[in-house]
Ligand binder design. Structure first.
Ligand SMILES: Cc1cc2nc3c(=O)[nH]c(=O)nc-3n(C[C@H](O)[C@H](O)[C@H](O)COP(=O)(O)OP(=O)(O)OC[C@H]3O[C@@H](n4cnc5c(N)ncnc54)[C@H](O)[C@@H]3O)c2cc1C
Length: 474
């Protein structure tokens, strides 16, 4: 019997946990299937988010919510207990590099040992450069950078987060300037900054907080300026993880406008305040249903949310560990970090670094700094992503960016929709690229659930082909 092939392109959290979930699928008969995990980094698992070797970069989610397995909520905490003091955690917030090691071990096990369900996984330490779909649309060939070809029945794109887009697109000369840092996550990104150099950060989100803490840990003493349109830093996590009862079923189901949902949320914020409860509990109670709230809005309401509320939402939803928030406050209070509101209009080389033009309402400000770091967050607009594989699939009409610039058009399983609207039987995606369907498709708690569902769906299709019984995840 011919074995089937699933090729997963990208071995960060999404691709690795998908491989692990495939290896755990249960079925009455073994799966005759090979899984190829394609990841060019030195090890599979950590991906972009959990690779940096900097203990000061903490996870922004408590360890109790970070198990790779939704059905085993203590899995990560147990791993920490077993692994012991080698891993760095500040209260319940561990370092991202610890989490990277956890993921590397999980995926390492399925790569090393054949799984009981017959699925065999192997890793290619390569980048994929193209995916060619067969003329009948039922299979595809993945070409790796070393020209190896993988004949595939299913291909899953798990490409994750891309470096931020340029903040100014008129005159791009600054992009080549040696003290402009286009990618804050690049290896050694801060190493060329001398202790007394002035630094300007574009953006005041979680990436900017990381950069500040990285500079602080490196002994940087110079003046730091942070510029953002909304001028807000991420809120801190509340000290203890209490809960607020969900009001989705009773008040939010089927609401089709942003204003209706906002009205209900505001009522609960007032009620929680009256009861002396923290506002963050109300926001967190929405989390399991955010995908359904988003999906109930027509496109123009989704666009309205992005225009008016997405910035505010990201501040209240994507929070800093309390330690990071306290260090940030200290740096702001001491004047080490100055803050400006406004949009960057122009960046150009100056005598000692770069000169920026910032606009806020009618006011224009001119700032200079030795180093400028783009901290505007990951680029997820697939209309603008220049990664060769994305360009190739986009030009072939297999990868269609959504009209709001959030990710890739898919069906509810993550199967990619072609330019003519048809759902591909071969191409799937998982991870931040699924934001058009779910909006919250960024953090571990959402992505691990997506990985389980997609593994089950692929298992179902593998068995359908062979008339095997339906699988379920063990
Ligand atoms: C800096 C940072 C910190 C974060 N911190 C947290 C956190 O604390 N908690 C949380 O819940 N979420 C966090 N996130 C959110 C993050 O989106 C998810 O947690 C998760 O890591 C996403 O995993 P991924 O596999 O989808 O993407 P990624 O981790 O970006 O992995 C994608 C992988 O695809 C590979 N790839 C790209 N192109 C190709 C190609 N052509 N061929 C083969 N491979 C390719 C890349 O090398 C990369 O390893 C963070 C995100 C970032 C960027």
């Amino acid at each position: 019997m011919q074995r089937k092939t699933i090729t997963i392109i990208g071995g960060g959290f999404s691709g690795s946990t998908l491989a692990v979930q495939l290896a755990r699928l249960a079925g009455d008969q073994p799966f005759a299937c090979d899984v190829h995990l394609v990841e060019p980094r030195p090890v599979p698992g950590p991906g972009l988010a959990y690779t940096a070797r900097r203990p000061e970069y903490l996870l922004n989610v408590r360890a109790q919510f970070l198990s790779a397995f939704p059905d085993q909520p203590d899995h990560f905490r147990n791993w920490l207990r077993i692994t012991g003091p080698a891993e760095t955690c500040e209260e319940e917030f561990c370092s991202r590099q610890s989490y990277g090691r956890y993921l590397q071990q999980l995926v390492g096990q399925v790569l090393e040992w054949p799984s009981l369900n017959g699925i065999r996984c192997r890793w290619h330490n390569q980048a994929a450069q193209s995916v060619t779909v067969a003329p009948d649309g039922n299979s595809a060939v993945v070409q790796l950078q070393n020209d190896q070809l993988i004949q595939s029945d299913f291909v899953v794109l798990t490409l994750g987060n891309f470096a931020p887009s340029p903040p100014v697109t008129t005159d791009l000369a600054y992009l080549l300037h040696p003290t402009y840092h286009a990618n804050p996550w690049a290896r050694g990104a801060l190493r060329t900054i001398a202790p007394d150099d002035t630094v300007l950060l574009i953006g005041t989100g979680l990436t900017a907080v990381d950069v500040l803490l990285g500079l602080r840990a490196d002994g940087h003493q110079g003046q730091i300026t942070a510029v953002s349109g909304h001028g807000r830093w991420p809120a801190a996590h509340q000290p203890s993880p209490a809960t607020y009862p969900s009001f989705y079923a009773t008040e939010l189901t089927g609401l089709t406008t942003v204003a209706q949902v906002l009205g209900a949320v505001r009522r609960h914020l007032r009620a929680s305040q009256a009861q002396g409860l923290d506002w963050r509990l109300v926001i967190d109670s929405l989390r399991p249903d955010l995908g359904r709230i988003w999906a109930a809005w027509p496109l123009e309401e989704q666009a309205r949310f992005l225009r008016h509320l997405a910035g505010r939402w990201s501040v209240v939803r994507h929070r800093s560990p309390p330690r990071n928030a306290a260090l940030l406050q200290e740096m702001l209070a001491s004047g080490r970090v100055l803050q400006h509101r406004g949009r960057v209009q122009d960046i150009r080389p100056a005598a000692d670094g770069l000169a920026l033009t910032i606009r806020h309402g009618q006011q224009t400000q001119y700032l200079t700094a030795r180093h400028v770091i783009n901290c505007t967050g990951p680029l997820l607009d697939y209309r603008r992503i220049r990664e060769p594989l994305v360009v190739q699939l986009r030009e072939a009409g297999h990868l269609v960016p959504d009209p709001l610039g959030l990710g890739i058009r898919t069906d509810e399983h993550g199967a990619m929709r072609a330019a003519n609207g048809q759902v591909s039987p071969v191409l799937f995606t998982l991870g931040p690229s699924r934001r058009p369907q779910n909006f919250e498709s960024t953090a571990v708690p959402e992505l691990r659930t997506q990985a389980v569902s997609l593994a089950q769906e692929l298992g179902r299709r593998l068995q359908q082909d062979r008339n095997y019984p339906m699988p379920s995840s063990s």
